[in-house]
Design a protein. Structure first.
Ligand code: NAD
Length: 260
């Protein structure tokens, strides 16, 4: 247990699983009071329960953050319970596969609503709260594929590039108010979402799918392996806390060297 976020209040979107859950857990271990927000309310409650069974420093919130009033409610409920908001980690995202020749207006709306607009909605209400307090830190999770091309995920990668532009412009707008805004670009990270999808697609067990994914991730990075969610969470923790006090508008690559 550490104290890097002692006395801080953090809201983590997508906290019901994967990198979001690992981030919420690490923030909690570093002393923060944490709101775990997810549109999968059961997953948010389960993650919150695993992090802090007593529920003293954790709050689970079920909210579809692609809807602005829901993002506002998530921030409002966090402040009502914990009294302030110092850190927003925008982790929630969805994926759409295929080239843009297969994209539809519906698939564009779906992915833009969560990956870009929800980041902006949550940031809007969090920043308004942080400005009242005199400062705060926003960390937006993008992707190594926001800066590095590949086949088959054009819509997703475009939204993640949008997150980087949003991050830089938000940093410009809010620096004078004491709000730092940074982005992190994970490389391939082994989360249950990917394992479950591969197992279902190929009709194989979760263990087989995980082994295949470890192998697949190994070929695309310099470090020859996939990241564990906690390795990404450490980057988010750095950008969230006081150790990055002179960092704003930055993009931190935590991608095993994929993008170089
Ligand atoms: N896993 C990877 O390989 C990888 C690589 C690069 C970037 N990323 C990024 O890291 C972040 C986390 O990825 P992950 O693999 O842990 O994802 P994940 O799919 O495991 O978790 C995403 C969470 O977001 C939630 N969510 C989806 N839509 C929502 C909505 N409308 N409102 C609230 N919550 C919603 C989901 O329920 C889920 O719990 C994402 O931004 C992703 O794009 C992941």
């Amino acid at each position: 247990m550490g104290e890097r976020l002692a006395d801080k209040v953090a809201l983590v979107t997508g906290g019901g699983g994967g990198i979001g859950e690992a981030t919420a857990r690490l923030f909690w271990e570093e002393g923060a009071r944490v709101a775990v927000v997810d549109n999968d309310g059961a997953a948010a409650r389960e993650a919150a329960g695993k992090i802090d069974g007593a529920g003293e420093r954790v709050l689970a919130i079920s909210a579809d953050l692609s809807r602005e009033p829901e993002a506002e409610r998530a921030v409002r409920e966090t402040v009502a319970r914990f009294g302030r908001l110092d850190v927003l980690a925008n982790v929630a995202a969805v994926r759409v596969w295929g080239p843009i020749t297969e994209a539809t207006p519906e698939s564009w709306d779906f992915i833009l609503d969560v990956n870009l607009k929800a980041v902006a909605y949550c940031s809007k209400f969090a920043v308004l709260e942080m400005v009242k307090q005199g400062g705060g830190s926003v960390v937006n999770v993008s992707s190594a594929n926001a800066v590095s091309g590949r086949r088959g995920m054009a819509q997703y990668d475009a939204t993640k590039a949008g997150v980087l532009a949003l991050t830089r412009s938000m940093a410009c707008d809010h620096a004078a108010q004491g709000v730092r805004v940074n982005a992190i670009c994970p490389g391939p990270t082994l989360t249950m979402f990917h394992v479950r999808r591969r197992a279902a697609d190929k009709g194989i067990s979760l263990a087989e799918a995980e082994a295949e994914m470890r192998e697949a991730g190994a070929s695309s990075t310099l470090l020859k392996r996939q990241a564990e969610p906690r390795e990404i969470a450490y980057g988010i923790l750095f950008l969230a806390g006081h150790e990055s006090s002179y960092v704003t508008g930055a993009t931190l690559m935590v991608d095993g060297g994929l993008s170089v």
